[in-house]
Design a protein around this ligand. Sequence first.
Ligand SMILES: Cc1cc2nc3c(=O)[nH]c(=O)nc-3n(C[C@H](O)[C@H](O)[C@H](O)COP(=O)(O)OP(=O)(O)OC[C@H]3O[C@@H](n4cnc5c(N)ncnc54)[C@H](O)[C@@H]3O)c2cc1C
Length: 424
Amino acid sequence: MLQRRTFLQGAAAAGVLGLSACATTGVPSKARVLVVGAGYGGATAAKYVRLLSDYQIEVVLVEPNSAFVSCPISNLVLGGHRSLEEITTPYDNLVRRHGVRLVRDMVSRIDPAKKVAVLASGPTIAYDKLILSPGIDLMFDRIQGLKAAHDSGQILQAWKAGPETLALRRQLEAMPDGGVFAMTVPEAPYRCPPGPYERVCQVADYFKRAKPRSKVLLLDANPDVTSKGPLFKKVWAEQYKGIIEYRPQHKAVAVDAKTKTIKFEVNDDVKADVLNVLPPMRAGKIAVDTGLANANARWCHVNFLNFESTAAKDIHVLGDAIQTAPLMPKSGHMANSHAKVAAAAVVAELRGWPVNPAPMLTNTCYSFVDGKNVIHVASVHEYVPAEKTFKTVAGSGGVSSGPNELEGIYAWNWARNIWADSLA
Ligand SMILES: Cc1cc2nc3c(=O)[nH]c(=O)nc-3n(C[C@H](O)[C@H](O)[C@H](O)COP(=O)(O)OP(=O)(O)OC[C@H]3O[C@@H](n4cnc5c(N)ncnc54)[C@H](O)[C@@H]3O)c2cc1C
């Protein structure tokens, strides 16, 4: 603890964090991995670099938030089935049990040539390897009027769980019975393919209990439901008949917060009482600013063996920020899986060991269609050397036959397990 305090106090005093970490001669005696972002990818990577290096590699983790708030399960906060406290985990164990050096700050700039990162508060941190898992940024500029509507609190997204999740819940609570909740979905790829479809189930479930004359409109830019389509559509037709209306091929292009109107590329305008407008997404700003978003200027291409950016050496990018392999979702489970492959590769490279030539990834996404019943989609992904990408293993995974309570129990335990795996 004393050592940790000295590190931070000394750094603040000098305005510099760790000047001596850069490896100049092969394997550094005391290597430093800098992890940027302590969400699903970054928190897992920080812990696993410590574990897999037998606590020999120093890990500095930079994150602005005081605690981890999970997006998975956050739709249940909107539905009124869980509280924000239940989906929040402190970072204490990463520090206390695993010796991760946590710096509460933002990385404002990365210099890949000098191998240093600059914190928003001023100090710089040198690194041997940088693991970047900054999640997504919402591209507000793609929908006219949305940035101002968001900043004034009138039209929310709640696509990063936290205070905005509670603010959207309050809007639903304040809505009169008989009102309309309208949600838009951007064209794929976006964070969490089934997330919007789960969200409308949660809102409809709340309306059924508290405001039975109210309606949910789901306006999707995609030609069809992008995940678990037949399952969700069956739930909407049976459990939420007359409440949820699904309209595909509705690409939102503008909003008017004053009249609570959404404008579309080709369809008629839609007015509603509560608007939840999701714009297109891209890799978190720091990845874009560092020049790593080399796929359509939105996502980061990586070498799938070690998750190293194809644009910068010794920077490994994980999670939602990457240009995914075929059928690889932008999910928390997948970010956690990426993190373990990347952590193992980073440790191997710093130690001069061979990198695992055959990494595997897994994914499961559970969706709550009400307070108890759940449907899932699962897959296993293997690295295919000939194509230098991950592909799903034939016959692996699949989807539920229908919503059921047993999977509701699995889903909650999945969440508790992955939080423990990343943070405990
Ligand atoms: C409503 C909803 C439901 C979802 N449900 C599921 C589900 O059931 N199952 C599932 O697997 N996935 C689910 N997801 C998706 C999941 O949340 C994301 O895929 C996952 O969070 C991606 O992890 P990440 O590490 O890439 O990003 P994040 O978890 O968002 O972490 C990014 C972190 O980086 C930090 N950061 C950003 N920039 C900087 C910087 N410059 N300096 C320092 N720190 C920075 C941020 O503060 C943040 O903590 C859901 C998402 C939503 C929105």
